[in-house]
Design a protein around this ligand. Structure first.
Ligand code: NAP
Length: 258
């Protein structure tokens, strides 16, 4: 998909690997100025180098924990100093934690809330006024296809219910902001071949072949950025073929369980 992003300024969180890195590379290939964020400095530096080598884009890596408000403030001010106002925010950083709730470590619950929910809401709050001022902007958020499950998948109750909350927040925000010319987009991916899924339990190599590639999700991001200014793809779900729901990673028969 050929989307012209020359001169557009983008922040992508969780972009040192996985989906975020693939999004950063594509945005850079399309000419955007890119600020990538993640905690680990080493992998961040490697990704900056790799994208610089493959594209002519301007790219900066900022070591950030999206769970910390002061880090998010520093991220936005660095991006503004380097490139100017933000046109595109890709809220993507995320962690997983697969446990029966009674066994889930309390620190994992804390991390999920701060990384996968609060980090997204706070970062939007920090960039939204510069978008309102310019009457344009796109905020793309990596939610989860698991939010299409009701009830949310067992052993993913904390992860998925926070994504459900995030999805509800984003939908409401879209209606609140649509007259300001800002797009708020939720991407709902099924199971993607990344480190995050690599850590999930009970995945055999045969099942791994059924995982989607990051590029499939990137295509959704590019579609969201390609639609005319007067339209917004509010939610885009891309779910694995040949798997009833996301089984085998998530047991879709849970509704029948007693
Ligand atoms: N993979 C899937 O099947 C799938 C499906 C649906 C939705 N998603 C969502 O897609 C997003 C990306 O997932 P992924 O599969 O690409 O994960 P991944 O391969 O594990 O990559 C996660 C990225 O987020 C960064 N990160 C994690 N915690 C962070 C924090 N507190 N502050 C800043 N950066 C942080 C990681 O770098 P550091 O560790 O160095 O910080 C890394 O760059 C997540 O929100 C996930 O919930 C994934």
């Amino acid at each position: 998909m050929d989307v012209k992003l020359k001169g557009k300024n983008a922040i992508i969180t969780g972009a040192s690997r996985g989906i975020g890195k693939a999004v950063a590379l594509r945005l850079a290939e399309c000419g955007a100025n890119v600020v990538i964020a993640a905690r680990g400095q080493e992998s961040l530096d490697e990704t900056v180098k790799e994208i610089k080598n493959k594209t002519k884009a301007k790219i900066v890596g900022v070591s950030v924990d999206v769970g910390k408000l002061e880090d998010l403030e520093m991220l936005v001010s660095t991006a503004n100093k380097e490139f100017g106002p933000i046109d595109i925010l890709v809220n993507n950083a995320g962690v997983s934690s697969q446990y029966s709730f009674e066994k889930q470590p309390l620190e994992d619950i804390e991390k999920l809330v701060h990384t996968n929910y609060l980090g997204y809401v706070r970062l939007i709050r920090l960039v939204i006024n510069q978008m309102i001022e310019r009457k344009s902007g796109a905020i793309i958020n990596m939610v989860s296809g698991s939010t299409l499950c009701d009830p949310v998948p067992k052993t993913f109750v904390t992860y998925s219910s926070l994504k459900v909350g995030l999805r509800a927040f984003l939908k409401g925000l879209f209606w609140e902001l649509r007259d300001h010319g800002i797009k708020i987009i939720s991407i709902l991916p099924g199971v993607v071949d990344t480190d995050l899924t690599g850590k999930l339990q009970n995945i055999t190599s045969e099942q791994t072949e059924r995982l989607m590639s990051c590029e499939t999700v990137v295509d959704m991001v590019m579609f969201a950025l390609s639609v005319p200014q007067n339209a917004c793809p509010l939610e885009l779900a891309v779910i694995n073929q040949q798997t009833p729901w996301t089984k085998p990673v998530i047991d879709y028969e849970q509704k029948q369980a007693k």
